[in-house]
Design a protein around this ligand. Structure first.
Ligand code: SF4
Ligand code: SF4
Length: 173
């Protein structure tokens, strides 16, 4: 046990410093810099590539192909705030926040669902990717007309088309 002198010293210090604990949750608290909370998805930026769902180890994110739509589901009940989704997103559409207060009595509050329209292949008519991905790729290759033509095709038809062209070029050459 500490001596009386030491205990008096602690008492003096405690009086000098004052109260450091907070009456949380009755009074709000600001999480420290760098703390990780729930990720949020910016619907206006998301292109529906599914990269975030691919790296989400606890499967809090699921990417579902519904033919006409691609659906991205985020379930906070499984999220471990690891931030992998944020790192994988090519357009910064998913970002971690500092918000850690997720308690609720309604499970639906823990779900975020977004759906993006798919496009059909111009040859086989199958749905293959989202309209936003096509627009993004077109924007990136806008100077290469031939590439833009290929973005209208599903991977299978694109492969067939490009090998047909290659055979044609070989025959010409
Ligand atoms: S922060 Fe981690 S666990 Fe949560 S959704 Fe992103 S990848 Fe999944
Ligand atoms: S990685 Fe980004 S753009 Fe791709 S589906 Fe996830 S949030 Fe959307």
């Amino acid at each position: 046990m500490a001596s009386i002198g030491k205990r008096l010293w602690y008492l003096k210090k405690a009086i000098e410093i004052g109260t450091v604990t907070k009456r949380y949750p009755f009074e709000p608290t600001e999480p420290p810099e760098g703390s990780r909370g729930k990720p949020v998805i910016d619907f206006t930026k998301c292109i529906g590539c599914g990269a975030c769902a691919n790296v989400c180890t606890p499967q809090a994110l699921r990417f579902i192909d519904l033919k006409e739509y691609k659906r991205l589901e985020l379930f906070y009940g499984r999220c471990i705030f690891c931030g992998m989704c944020q790192e994988a997103c090519p357009v910064d559409a998913i970002q971690l926040t500092k918000d850690f207060e997720l308690a609720t009595d309604d499970l639906n509050d823990l779900y975020v669902v977004i759906e993006l329209k798919s496009v059909r292949c111009e040859i086989c008519n199958k749905y293959f990717t989202t309209k936003r991905i096509i627009l993004k790729i077109n924007d990136e290759v806008r100077d290469v007309i031939e590439e833009i033509e290929y973005t209208k095709l599903c991977p299978e038809c694109r492969r067939k088309e490009s090998s047909t062209k290659l055979v044609g070029w070989r025959a010409l050459g």
